[in-house]
Design a protein around this ligand. Structure first.
Ligand code: ADP
Ligand code: MG
Length: 139
């Protein structure tokens, strides 16, 4: 089933000029980048985006990190895109990530872990709508 997921290339990756390398892993996995924009997230945007984690001890650190530099927000499309991208990203903590995954290849640590990907089709819709209008997505 063709579906869409939301992706962010995080500040630790843009800082190291890894946008193209991350995109190559995404495209090699059969996912199509159907929308993409480089932005600096505002605090309000980051706090809203990670609202579900607001009680977690790392929330402040996470918002600081996500607003510390440019990010690339993306919409990815493909067969089972949500799960496929989670597989391509690898485990949250790069120490636990499988070989060949983006986080194994590039993440610095559990916080600065290079990429975000939606965890369900429902959340993908909500997250995409926070950064893109329908006409900005060209499938
Ligand atoms: P994922 O991004 O794999 O879905 P979570 O939803 O659990 O992971 O966490 C969201 C983000 O919060 C992570 O990608 C990471 O940037 C950050 N994070 C998660 N756990 C920790 C932690 N223990 N310490 C610092 N940052 C964390
Ligand atoms: Mg998550």
């Amino acid at each position: 089933m063709t579906e869409r997921t939301f992706s962010i290339i995080k500040p630790d990756a843009t800082e190291r000029n890894l946008t193209g390398k991350v995109n190559a892993v995404i495209e090699d996995a059969g996912l199509r980048i159907v929308a993409q924009r480089r932005i600096k997230m505002s605090r309000a945007q980051a706090e809203k985006f990670y609202e579900i984690h607001k009680e977690r001890p790392f929330f402040g650190e996470l918002v600081d990190f996500m607003t510390s530099g440019p990010v690339v927000v993306q919409v990815l499309e493909g067969d089972n895109a949500v799960q496929r991208y989670r597989d391509v990203m690898g485990a949250t903590n790069p120490e636990n990530a499988a070989e060949g995954t983006i986080r194994k290849l590039y993440a610095r640590n559990v916080g600065e872990n290079s990429v975000h990907g939606s965890d369900s089709a429902e959340n993908a819709k909500i997250e995409i709508a926070q950064f893109f209008t329908d006409d900005q997505i060209v499938g």
